[in-house]
Design a protein around this ligand. Structure first.
Ligand code: RRO
Length: 284
């Protein structure tokens, strides 16, 4: 299964790529509109991209009335990314958006690097959302958690159905001559090729901690079918493409066919058969 990472495609570009994705993941929404952070918000860096969008979004009401109907026209499974500053914010969005049949999954963004962290703990947010919605809930976690596997098992116990691993890393890029930060807010979310080993390690340890019992969307620097296969071997059941989409809208199609070839070349009939191949078998 190949998805886009939240925030890397908007409702207007989506129709150009939608057919090559198994589901469309929308940019994170919050209860109230947010203008986002000051410009500049994007800077290229070695091996990746730094962003400081700052959760820019039209807010729940406008999303529900104007953006969701556009996404529904894609006639494909929709994953809606949910944000907020406390558990009640997340639950409010899950309750409202969760009513729609077109919405397959609510992805709880517990890891935006560009806004102040949620005051509530991850498990508390998941439990509040579980209480108001029967939809699958995926917890999107930060690669900077001191022990991501511990948080992963906590959110699963609190009612999450799956994990999205990982969000961007905090990074900084300085102007070559002025030595000032290239982003208005200085530090931003760093994604791209350099995130690959970090994402692999997170998927690997969360798969191990959950004994392969929950679905995991792996993401971080995927640019080829081999990168996707690595994440699947580490434990991902699906792979999402992020920054690669900014430069290459053909990437999902290409990665899908490369992934099938790379899996076959290693004796797997389907990529899904390679899930967990990087692990020793679990003790019975
Ligand atoms: O909007 C952003 O600045 C942002 C978000 Br919500 C996120 O989850 N990850 C990211 O790198 N940027």
């Amino acid at each position: 299964m190949i998805l886009n990472a939240s925030g890397c495609l908007d409702a207007l570009t989506a129709p150009r790529v939608a057919r090559s994705l198994d589901a469309f993941v929308a940019k994170t929404i919050t209860p109230e509109p947010r203008p986002g952070n000051a410009q500049p918000r994007l800077a290229e860096s070695d091996f990746g991209l730094l962003n400081s969008i700052g959760l820019q979004n039209p807010g729940l009401d406008v999303f529900y009335a104007e953006v969701l109907p556009l996404l529904e026209e894609l006639e494909m499974p929709l994953w809606i990314s949910v944000g907020g500053s406390n558990a009640a914010d997340y639950a409010r969005i899950c309750e409202r958006i969760g009513e729609r049949d077109s919405v397959d999954v609510l992805e709880l963004n517990l890891s935006c690097p560009n806004v102040d962290p949620a005051a509530a703990g991850a498990a508390e947010i998941v439990a509040a959302c579980r209480a108001v919605s029967g939809k699958p809930l995926y917890a999107k976690l930060s690669p900077q958690l001191p022990d991501i596997a511990e948080v992963a098992t906590g959110v699963i116990e609190a009612g999450a159905s799956g994990l999205s691993l990982v969000n961007s890393l905090r990074g900084l890029v300085l102007d070559e001559w002025t030595l000032e930060p290239r982003l208005a807010r200085a530090v931003g979310g760093y994604s791209g090729a350099a995130l690959r080993p970090v994402a692999l390690a997170a998927v690997f340890s969360c798969y191990e901690a959950t004994k392969g019992t929950v679905p995991i969307v792996g993401m971080g620097g995927v640019q080829s079918g081999k990168h996707a296969l690595d994440l699947i071997a580490a434990g991902a059941s699906a792979v999402a493409l992020g920054s690669v989409l900014f430069g290459d809208l053909e990437a999902p199609e290409r990665v899908r066919s490369e992934l099938e070839e790379e899996a076959r070349a290693r004796g797997f009939e389907r990529p899904s058969e390679a899930r967990g191949a990087a692990h020793q078998p679990f003790a019975a």
